[in-house]
Design a protein around this ligand. Structure first.
Ligand SMILES: C[S@@+](CC[C@H](N)C(=O)[O-])C[C@H]1O[C@@H](n2cnc3c(N)ncnc32)[C@H](O)[C@@H]1O
Length: 614
């Protein structure tokens, strides 16, 4: 039986595959640092393929660079021996919901999601730490310091071993550290976006231009969509030396050209300028400008009206050529008014499909920070989270995308306002959007409102917000207000972690079984789902065969039995269900012969089933 990989994918290897697809001759074989044979790219050959179009070494080029960039790129590609463990007791409607809340470092989570959600996420909305000097995030670029003890002793890890630090402005790598944190995450996030997908990042002036620059590098210049100015506050701050800053940004990048046009629904206010004073059979219209916005001497010509009058050109000239104006007069788009003394261009309401959003968003269309705080207060009765975004802002982004079944990912979830927005928008328009939230179990500082209210971590706040926000629509049929809680944790498999020294200390019982003793069959199931690239939000049912638990995912997309004593009868009964995939625990078979026998049963009864043992 085939054995699953049980680590997140090695993205360097995936890149070599992509190069091999384009230029098969440049991929060769060599020995790695341990003397093991490995595939590699022959750069001399690649150089030949690209002829003169190469920059190398100290040669000047346009690029964004910072100390630690190379390490950050490495951090994005390096596989990890971790998994997602389900936490039933913290979930809501665990078995049926299609939403996920992942607790853990988002770098790990993004790696673990790579295969299951590759190219499947329609919207990534993130609101990362703005790098104000006091917000905390994990640094990926010190992976060379792998000694967990050192990090724990120096206070750089929390009780789960996460590296979590405030980035102080005095730190000589203030901006570099932020970039090193964001860069690998954006690269991994891009892989997850669907061809029609959109990334939308909330940011302020601290790192707004740096984000713009790495976004252009990771997504490509032509996939920059906009840097929207969001006026998040009306209150003036009189303690600012130069300006009272009233805006933040939403920086947007698309995955590629398949992103649909943005059209917001038209409101009464949008239509107010349209009327029909001349009973035009095409209905209401408004007059558009006929003048060129900039000087165009070649468009300065006179226009003769049907009654023979001559109209002089505007100072900058007309907007169109003589020929175009003639056509527009013939089609009725341009008419003469005020005794044939001027041209009027009619813009018809019936030609307006929706409304193209502007790049400046006011608080009354996109919400304000004050409203975001009020939302928290309304749900929790206290200000238990300091930097929420208003759901209105996120709902507006959902409206831009106009995908009622969008899969929405927020990997800096905070209080999970994105999940709240998804649930509220679905309740309002009948959509079936799904969400994946990722949030670090960042401890709530003692003495804060959150700590006083009994919240241990920000992840706990996020989960509780979804429970409370969902409760508002509990009775609404068809609105998925649940979520499956998952936690990033070390791998379930002993052998992936054990070094030779550790082996000596491992108990005999543990070394017989390759699975850690504290892991459940559902833990194993989720690791297998990730390994197979299946959606971890698929519904799960649990069957009982002779008191052995059999987990059935999505009606047989996968059937798993991790019992210790798998019988021939049980294997046959599973095979008779003709699942697409089946998985057992290696040590669940009493002998090699029993395992081979199981393979034989599948070949006879359900040859189409892919069978694995872990
Ligand atoms: C600005 S807040 C997001 C607020 C959120 N948009 C809301 O409306 O509640 C940024 C969040 O990112 C979290 N965070 C920082 N580093 C992280 C990491 N490496 N993985 C996951 N979450 C992280 C912080 O704990 C914080 O809650």
């Amino acid at each position: 039986m085939e054995r699953p990989r049980m680590t997140s994918p090695d993205l360097t290897r995936a890149n070599i595959d992509k190069i091999a697809d384009l230029f098969p001759t440049v991929v060769t074989e060599t020995l790695d640092a341990d003397g093991e044979p490995t595939r590699a790219v022959d750069f001399d050959l690649l150089r030949q393929e690209l002829s003169d179009h190469i920059v190398e070494g100290p040669q000047e080029r346009y690029q964004l660079d910072w100390p630690g960039k190379r390490a950050a790129a490495f951090a994005a590609n390096a596989p990890i021996a971790k998994t997602l463990r389900p936490v039933r007791e913290e979930s809501v409607e665990f078995d049926t919901t299609r939403n996920l809340f992942i607790e853990g470092d988002n770098l790990d989570a993004l790696k673990l999601l790579q295969e299951s959600y590759l190219g499947k996420v329609n919207l990534i909305f993130i609101d990362p730490p703005y790098n104000t000097g006091s917000d905390r995030f994990t640094y990926p670029d010190d992976f060379a310091v792998t000694n967990a003890d050192y990090l724990a002793r120096s206070g750089q890890t929390d009780d789960r071993g996460l590296r979590l630090q405030s980035n102080m402005e005095a730190n000589g790598r203030f901006h570099s550290d932020w970039l090193s944190m964001m860069y690998p995450r954006l690269r991994l996030a891009r892989n997850l976006l669907s061809p029609d997908g959109l990334l939308c990042v909330a940011i302020d002036d601290n790192e707004g231009s740096a984000l713009d620059a790495i976004g252009r590098e990771v997504f490509g210049e032509r996939n920059f969509v906009a840097k929207v100015i969001w006026k998040h506050t009306e209150q003036s701050k009189n303690d600012e030396p130069y300006f009272s800053r009233h805006h933040n940004y939403l920086v947007m990048f698309r995955r590629g050209e398949d992103l649909g046009q943005f059209r917001l629904p038209r409101t009464e206010a949008d239509n107010r300028a349209y009327s029909n004073p001349d009973n035009d059979p095409r209905g209401a219209w408004r007059s558009g400008d006929v003048r060129s916005p900039s000087p165009r001497p070649s468009l300065r010509f006179t226009v003769e009206t049907p009654s023979g009058k001559v109209i002089a050109p505007p100072e900058n000239g007309w907007r169109w050529s003589k020929e175009s104006i003639k056509q527009k007069i013939a089609s009725g788009e341009i008419v003469f008014r005020d005794g044939d003394s001027r041209l009027v261009r009619k813009i018809y309401l019936e030609d307006q499909v929706g409304r193209t959003p502007e790049t400046v968003w006011s608080g009354d269309v996109a919400g304000t920070t004050r409203q975001a705080n009020a939302e928290i207060k309304e749900l929790f009765g206290a200000t238990i989270f300091d930097t929420p975004k208003p759901t209105r802002l996120i709902r507006r982004v959902l409206e831009l995308l106009a995908l009622p079944n969008a899969l929405v990912l927020d990997f800096f979830a905070g209080s999970a306002s994105t999940a709240d927005a998804v649930i509220s928008q679905n309740a309002a328009d009948g959509g079936k959007r799904r969400f994946i939230m990722v949030q670090l179990p960042e401890p709530c500082d003692p003495g804060t409102e959150a700590a006083k209210a009994g919240f241990r971590t920000i992840a706990d706040i996020g989960k509780e917000r979804i429970r409370r926000a969902g409760a508002r629509f509990k009775d609404r049929r068809g609105v998925d207000t649940g979520f499956r809680a998952l936690r990033v944790d070390t791998t379930n498999m002993l052998e992936l972690e054990r070094s030779a020294d550790d082996l000596v200390q491992t108990s005999l019982a543990e070394s017989v079984d390759s699975v850690k003793s504290d892991r459940t069959d559902e833990d194993l199931l989720f690791q297998v789902l990730l390994d197979w690239g299946l959606d971890v939000a698929e519904p799960i049912t649990i069957d009982d065969f002779d008191r052995r638990r059999v987990l059935v995912v999505a009606d047989g997309a996968l059937v798993a039995c991790f019992a210790d004593d798998v019988t021939v009868d049980l294997v046959r009964r599973i095979a008779e269900k003709h699942p697409l995939r089946a998985v057992f625990k290696d040590s669940g078979f009493s002998s090699d012969a029993a395992r081979i026998n199981a393979e034989q049963i599948f070949r006879e009864v359900s040859p189409e089933t892919e069978v694995r043992a872990i």
